[in-house]
Design a protein around this ligand. Sequence first.
Ligand SMILES: [Zn+2]
Length: 86
Amino acid sequence: MPPPNHNKNRQQKNQNRGDPRQKKCDFCEKDVVYIDYKDYPAMKPFIDYFGNIRARYYSGVCLKHQKMLRLSVERARFLGMLAYRK
Ligand SMILES: [Zn+2]
C-alpha cells in the first residue's frame, strides 16, 4: 500500500503545470511587431525572479517572439536597466 500522501503530491504537481500545448503566445494575441527594450512591464512577465528569461515551454511564447524578447532583454541588461543575475 502506498504512503497516504503519495497521491496528493501527484495531484499538486499536475495543478502547477498545465498542458503546455494549450498556451498561446501573449505577443501574438496583441499583434506585437517589436518588443521595446525600454518597456520593462512588457518583458517582466517573461523574466523570473533571478533575471533569467523564462523558457518557451513555461511561458508559451512563440519562437519569433521569444527571439525578439531575448534581444530586448539582452539590450536592457547591457544598458543596466535589467539585472543579469539577482
Ligand atoms: Zn508570438
